[in-house]
Design a protein around this ligand. Structure first.
Ligand SMILES: C[S@@+](CC[C@H](N)C(=O)[O-])C[C@H]1O[C@@H](n2cnc3c(N)ncnc32)[C@H](O)[C@@H]1O
Length: 219
């Protein structure tokens, strides 16, 4: 698999393209990949999924601090992919696999009970009402996330967009398989200690906006 056909933004340097292609060749999975079923087998140790990993700050750090765990980064945009690939390459990380396409294609093609954590950090908020249907958080995707998480697995959501946070909280609280873990306000105002700041978190804080961190357990 190479980067051709992915969503393109700024042109990449020759070196970035080469690294991206090399990393995608070794560390990617896609629909139709000959090892797809084996990779997502429910009989292997659970995986961790990040949807919209952007430049990869979060998943790279998680992969470094949890070397025994397997991670999947889902990102369709070429520039984010190239930054993620450069990090994987320079740190020689073996436990991140990239799905370089739309997350909906992936999550609709997976067997149940395979993820211990699903992370959606600073997703595009699609603020206009008529665009809400483009949000990754929907009643239908919650059903899929619930199917894909193991029992007592976690779904993590972070955003600096207050209305999207309320929208997400409402959908999760109305879902029969999810339970919001927060016990006090600190639990949604602070992220876990091992998390690094992502590019979009840094952008939000520069604008003076404190993000919200929501964590739900699948029961
Ligand atoms: C606002 S950025 C946040 C990136 C990163 N999580 C961060 O916090 O810096 C949203 C990311 O989600 C990705 N994205 C948007 N729609 C997606 C989809 N359907 N599947 C996977 N990723 C998607 C975008 O390409 C973008 O990189």
């Amino acid at each position: 698999m190479n980067y051709k056909g992915r969503k393109i933004g700024r042109p990449l340097t020759k070196q970035k393209k080469e690294i991206l292609n090399e990393v995608l060749k070794k560390n990617s999975i896609y629909l139709g990949h000959r090892d797809f079923d084996k990779f997502f087998s429910p009989f292997l140790p659970p995986l961790n999924l990040e949807i919209g990993s952007g430049s990869g700050e979060f998943i790279v750090n998680q992969a470094l601090v949890n070397p025994e765990k397997r991670f999947i980064a889902v990102e369709p945009y070429i520039n984010g992919l190239a930054s993620l690939a450069s990090k994987i390459h320079s740190l020689n990380l073996k436990n991140i696999t990239i799905f370089p396409d739309d997350a909906l294609k992936l999550i609709n093609s997976l067997p149940p009970n395979i993820f211990e954590n699903i992370f959606v950090l600073f997703p595009d908020p699609w603020p206009k009402l008529r665009h809400h249907k483009r949000r990754i958080i929907q009643k239908e995707t919650l059903n899929i996330f619930s199917k894909l998480l193991i029992n007592n697995g976690y779904f993590w959501f972070a955003s600096d967009h207050k209305e999207y946070c309320r929208f997400t909280l409402l959908l999760f609280q109305n879902h029969k398989s999810f339970y919001w873990t927060a016990l006090n306000s600190e639990d949604w105002q602070k992220k876990p200690l091992s998390w690094v700041d992502t590019r979009y978190e840094i952008k939000a804080r520069k604008r003076g906006i404190a993000p919200v961190f929501l964590n739900f357990i699948k029961t």
